[in-house]
Design a binder for this molecule. Structure first.
Ligand SMILES: O=C(O)[C@H]1O[C@H](OP(=O)(O)OP(=O)(O)OC[C@H]2O[C@@H](n3ccc(=O)[nH]c3=O)[C@H](O)[C@@H]2O)[C@H](O)[C@@H](O)[C@H]1O
Length: 433
């Protein structure tokens, strides 16, 4: 409007004597008009960018990788779904916000909690680190059990605050993370974004929530880094990470200490050891080995110097779920309120492993037997990109405090995985239970 006003003002300049003066005035007016015009255009663009585009929460959480996506949340219908999903049905049940609910461990934990009558609300940003259609399939699975997954990022404090406003969560099961040790060299900022900034953002909201929830979250066996003393015990040093992934998980443990110390948040970190099973992560070796063996493609098997064995304490998903649920059940209440600590709060770290490392070559042999296909093996020196030679968990602390007792060996677990894999991918990725 005012732009038009300016233009018409120019049009209306009377043609009177005093040409030079007039020209100067005209030039001055025209540059003023131009300046005003472009200022309006500029302001208009700013307006469009900030106000007409979807809310800040809808900005891509990690522009370096994720496709431009928008998250829509809020409104009465959305709140109703959140409330209904959070409804506790069991006596003494808990209400849990599960971050990373469309992820591998998140889906299994959410389903287990829902099955026993707890209230569960999921949160996931459905990023494209690996095939998002698998995450959508997990979401569909959870929906059938009555778990609603809110689409959004843990870095979105407005969304997190809203969730706590709608539901007084007693617990948070924080599983959203940027996983994978080798990918950290490709996209380091995604690890900082999710595993550090995202964690801090979540803890900030939790510390101010009333009541504060107790938080159980996923750390990693990778924090033991280059340690050579086995089995790894929670008391061992964790200051030699071999990957940025490991470093961000270690940082997470220190951040947890700080929030426990200052704000009285009850925090339990679980160091997962190479978790595998149905609905697993396609970026993990057992998963893409299966895919490649079936396709007749060669697989690269890493070996340590001097043909040394590379081994992992592979842990089956059902055992991990039991550990997660036990951690939630034994978590004491946070002690703060109004963002202030009122007394000392619980701070724990547990290894959740299988206590029986298996060489990667044996993993491949088991897959060959289950798939009835010979793998095309290419042995190669373990690249220096984040891997460690072996992992082995001492689980006596988790056994004592959580009653954690893994029961599935690799052969049995992989059998279940392969059954799921074949069913899922032969059914057009739609319906494998
Ligand atoms: O416990 C953890 O905290 C981590 O576990 C998992 O990491 P890892 O134990 O490294 O699993 P994964 O990549 O499946 O490699 C398995 C084995 O195959 C070997 N490996 C791998 C790739 C390859 O091409 N060849 C190969 O031999 C490789 O050398 C290794 O010995 C999670 O991904 C991670 O997010 C984190 O949760």
């Amino acid at each position: 409007m005012s732009q038009l006003k300016q233009m018409s003002h120019l049009d209306n300049i009377p043609s009177t004597p005093g040409k030079f003066k007039m020209e100067k005035r005209l030039r001055w007016h025209s540059s003023l008009a131009k300046l005003t015009f472009w200022s309006f255009v500029f302001l208009g663009l700013i307006f469009i960018f900030f106000f007409l585009s979807p809310s800040s929460s809808s900005l891509p959480s990690d522009p370096s990788r994720r496709s431009l996506r928008t998250y829509s949340w809020g409104g009465p219908a959305w709140e109703k779904r959140v409330r209904s999903s959070a409804k506790v049905r069991a006596r003494n049940g808990i209400s849990v916000l599960v971050t990373g609910a469309a992820g591998f461990v998140g889906t299994h934990v959410s389903a287990a909690l829902k099955r026993r009558g707890d209230g569960v609300v999921g949160l996931d940003n459905f990023n494209d680190y690996y095939d998002p259609s698998l995450k959508r399939a997990r979401q569909a699975l959870l929906e059938r059990t009555g778990v609603f997954i809110v689409e959004g990022d843990i870095n979105d404090s407005e969304l997190l605050r809203k969730l706590f406003e709608v539901v007084a969560f007693t617990h948070v099961m924080h599983l959203a993370a940027q996983a994978g040790v080798r990918y950290a060299m490709e996209n380091p900022s995604s690890y900082v974004h999710s595993n550090i900034a995202g964690l801090v953002n979540l803890l900030e909201v939790c510390k101010s929530a009333n009541p504060q929830p107790a938080i159980v979250w996923a750390s990693s066996s990778s924090v033991y880094g280059l340690n050579t003393k086995v089995p790894f015990s929670e008391r061992d040093r964790t200051d030699q990470p071999a990957s940025l992934y490991a470093a961000t998980k270690k940082a997470g443990e220190e951040i947890a200490h700080t929030y426990n110390h200052i704000y009285g948040l009850s925090l339990t970190g679980l160091r997962f050891f190479t978790v595998y099973g149905p609905w697993g992560r396609p970026d993990m070796a057992y998963f893409f080995f299966t895919k490649d063996i079936l396709k007749g493609k060669s697989i690269r098997i890493f070996e340590a110097p001097n043909h040394g064995t590379v081994a992992r304490d592979f842990t089956y998903i059902d055992d991990i779920v039991k550990g997660c649920v036990a951690a939630l059940d034994t978590a004491e209440k946070s002690t703060g309120s109004g963002g202030k600590k009122k007394g000392p709060a619980q701070l724990r770290v547990f290894n959740l492993g299988n206590t029986s490392p298996v060489p990667v070559t044996d993993l491949v042999s088991i897959l060959e037997r289950l798939l009835k296909v010979k793998a095309k093996r290419t042995m190669m020196k373990m690249p220096r990109n984040g891997d460690v030679q072996f992992t082995h968990a001492n689980i006596s602390l988790a056994q004592r405090e959580l009653g954690y007792k893994p029961t599935t060996d690799l052969q049995t677990g992989l059998k279940k995985f392969v059954r799921w894999y074949i069913k899922y991918y032969s059914a057009g990725e739609k319906s494998a239970q």
